[in-house]
Design a protein around this ligand. Structure first.
Ligand code: NIG
Ligand code: FE
Length: 417
């Protein structure tokens, strides 16, 4: 499925020199190539290769086309034969997770079911701070193991690239511990883990100072160390009443950008007006958007910021969904991620959540698949995943059905190779 990748291939070379593998035949091979990166997509726009095959070597794709033709032209290639009916797609990409955590917030969940809100629970000692305390108590090895286990669960669902945020350490030392745990988990994981520094998740309760002073402390003492140790090149901030104001966020985003980080924003989850902040600071993505209204959508449609819907958080909190249909109709991109975390999105099943969002928001299957593959790759600024084409990672997943529509319809799991 997700093979180890060496150097990029020489694209001008026409065939591999030996040692190549031919995977297939796939009843339907969906490359996700040549789809628009913004706006609506109909299922008819999907490039589906019938009886397709993938020729790959050292983890890179050489050719994607009819299996029999590839077999005739490459008689020396080792064949990885897929019996029966199969659909092949690029590995899914989860661009927003918090899977590095310790402890459980089942108590919070029960309180929410009894009527308390996420923000009320945070005020009475639950919420993010509860997870921070448990995560701080865990050793880097314990955290790496927990992160690895969460990544394995996603990998078995067909998620081969997973963004992972820190944000439950909330001190210089503890945030570095989390980022190192993510690095260790990545070394063992079959999925590729991409770290993001979310030290700006909330002001920790034991910090002696206000929100802006906490952000200044992070800018001066943590971010340079994250850079120096090459622990992440992405920085995230939670912009919300319970976390950081727009003005404080402006300071932080400007400083992070000056240091060369890509920035992303948790925005419009419970209230709105983060779209112009995201546009002004050229955030790669704005994630959540449950409360984004017409004005917010219009601002995003005129920017390059990628909207990321997190249906798992809507389900975990019993909240509204992000206006995915309206975003697409306005000409925005749309990515769907799990937000898997112990608080707002405890369920951790990307495909099921995407299928549910699709049903409520009337997304075409092509729009949902693009949101999990080719469009998701852009939210991580990656050109080598999310599309099955020459030069890209040989990162594909296979489902035991002859019709791609069955996958979202029945929420199938891939057969892991
Ligand atoms: O994306 N909104 C802020 N952060 C997470 C929740 C983290 C938590 O509750 O532990 C989210 O929903
Ligand atoms: Fe999140």
């Amino acid at each position: 499925m997700n093979q180890s990748t060496n150097q990029p291939i020489n694209l001008s070379q026409t065939s591999p020199l030996g040692g190549a593998t031919l995977s297939g035949p796939f009843t339907q091979l969906l490359t996700m190539d040549n789809l628009p990166l913004r706006g609506k997509i109909s299922d008819e726009q999907l490039a589906i290769i019938p009886n397709g095959g993938i020729l790959h070597k050292d983890g890179r794709i050489w050719e994607v086309r009819n299996f029999e033709k590839l077999r005739k032209e490459n008689p020396d290639a080792k064949v990885l034969f897929f019996e029966g009916e199969n659909v092949c797609l690029p590995g899914m990409i989860d661009v927003h997770t918090h899977i590095c955590w310790a402890g459980s917030r089942a108590r919070d969940y029960a309180m929410r079911l009894a009527g308390k809100t996420y923000l009320e629970i945070a005020e009475i000692g639950g919420g993010i701070w509860d997870t921070v305390q448990k995560t701080r108590e865990a050793s880097v090895e314990e955290l790496a193991k927990l992160t690895f286990e969460h990544a394995e669960k996603l990998y078995k669902q067909g998620v081969t690239t997973i963004e992972v945020k820190s944000g439950y350490g909330l001190s210089v030392e503890q945030e570095l511990k989390m980022l190192k745990a993510i690095r260790f988990a990545n070394e063992k994981s079959r999925a590729e883990l991409i770290p993001t520094c979310l030290a700006a998740h909330m002001k920790p309760k034991d910090f002696d100072g206000n929100e802006l002073e906490y952000l200044q402390h992070i800018v001066e003492n943590l971010l340079p160390e994250v850079k120096r140790q090459n622990l992440a090149n992405r920085v995230d901030i939670f912009v919300e009443k319970s976390a950081f104001s727009i003005d404080d966020s402006k300071y932080y985003l400007a400083e992070a950008k000056k240091m060369g980080f890509d920035v992303v924003i948790h925005g419009d989850q419970f209230s709105n007006n983060c779209a112009s902040l995201a546009a002004e600071f050229e955030a790669v993505s704005i994630d959540h958007l449950e409360y984004a209204d017409k004005k917010e959508i219009e601002i995003l449609s005129k920017s390059y910021v990628i909207p990321v819907a997190l249906p798992g958080a809507s389900l975990g909190l019993g909240e509204r969904f992000a206006p995915a249909r309206k975003l697409l109709d306005a000409g925005c991109s749309l990515v769907i991620a799990s937000d898997w975390n112990p608080g707002s999105a405890p369920m951790g099943n990307l495909l099921v959540q995407a299928a549910i969002l699709g049903a409520y928001e009337k997304l075409s299957m092509a729009e949902t698949w693009a949101a999990l593959t080719c469009r998701a790759a852009k939210a991580l600024k990656r050109d080598d995943i999310g599309v099955l084409k020459k030069g890209n990672k040989a990162d594909f997943i296979v489902f035991e059905t002859g019709d791609f529509r069955e996958i979202l319809y029945r929420c199938l799991s891939p057969s892991v190779k």
